[in-house]
Design a protein around this ligand. Sequence first.
Ligand code: F6P
Length: 328
Amino acid sequence: MYTNIKKIGVLTSGGDAPGMNAAIRAVVRASVYNNLECVGIYRGYEGLIEGDFKDLNARSVKNIINRGGTILKSARSKEFFTKEGRQIAYDHLKNKGIDALVTIGGDGTFAGATVFNKEFDIPIIGIPGTIDNDINGTDLTIGYDTALNTVVEAIDKIRDTANSHNRLFLVEVMGRDAGDIALNAGIGAGAEEILIPEEDLGKDRLMQSLKRSKNSGKTSSIIVVSEGDQIGKNIFKLAEYIENNMTGYEVRVTVLGHVQRGGSPSCYDRVLASRMGVASIDALLNGERNVMIGIRHNKVLSVPFSETKKGENEIDLELIRVADIMSI
Ligand code: F6P
C-alpha cells in the first residue's frame, strides 16, 4: 500500500473532451499547492507504456483553461489491455518515481485503471471526461455542457436554412451508447423529433408524428438523431425512407461529427473541471483509492470505479415528456 505520495502522474485517455485542459491545470496546481510534484503523461496509457513524460509546474499549465482538446494528447491504448503492456508501464512509473495517478477519461479509462491498481497497488483517482455524459455515478462529465452548446448553435443555423427551403433536416449527433446529447440539445434547439438509443421509436411512429406535424401547419422540421439510435444508425438510409414515404418535404442530412468534441470549454465545464481536479488530489491525500470524482446534486463526491461502468443508460422520462409536448 502506498502511504507516502510525493509525485503524481496525470493523463488524459479515450475520446478528448473540452475542459480536459482545465482539469489538467487543476490537478497540477492542486498538486503544487500541496507540495507534490506532478508529471504529465502523453497520449494516455500509450505514453505510460512508452515512458513519454514531462515534468509540470504551476506555470506549465498557464493559458490552457480556455483551450479545447488536451495538451497531454489522448489515445485508446490496445497494448495497455495486455499484461506485458501494463508491466512496462509500471516499470516506467517506478523509474520516474511516480507514486500515484490521476486519469481523466471515460469508463474504459477507469476499467484500465482498476486492473492496473489490482496488479501493482498504485493509487489511482479518475476524473470523468467525455462529451457523452454516459458514466454512471456522476450527474455530469467534463465536456458535455460544451458539446451541448456546440450542437445547439449548429442546429440554430440549420434551422435558418431549413425554414427558408421548407426542408426536413436530420441532424446526427454523437453518443454511441447514450442519448443525453441528442435529448438535451434537441430540446434546447427545439427539434420536432429526437431519436435516442434508449428508446426505439420505430419508423412507423416517426412517420405518423412527422405527418401530424406537417398537417398542423409546420413547413420545416428538424430531427435530432443520436448516432447509436436503432432506426437512425444509417442516417442516409433513414433520409431516403422519409423522402419516399412523405410528400412535400425535401430531406437533408447533417452529421455534426467531431465538431462536437472541439472548441473552447463553457464556463460550466471549466468550473466543473477545476472542482474535480482539486477533489482528485484531496482524495489521494485522504487515502482514497480506485475512485472516480463525480458530481451529484452539485456536490463533488467519490464513486468507486466498480460503480462507474456505463450500463443500461437510464432515460429521463421527464425530458422525453417535455420534448413531446414542445413538438406539437
Ligand atoms: O466517446 C466519445 C465519442 O465522441 C463518442 O460520442 C463517439 O461515438 C466516439 O467518441 C468517436 O470516437 P473516435 O473519435 O475514435 O472516432
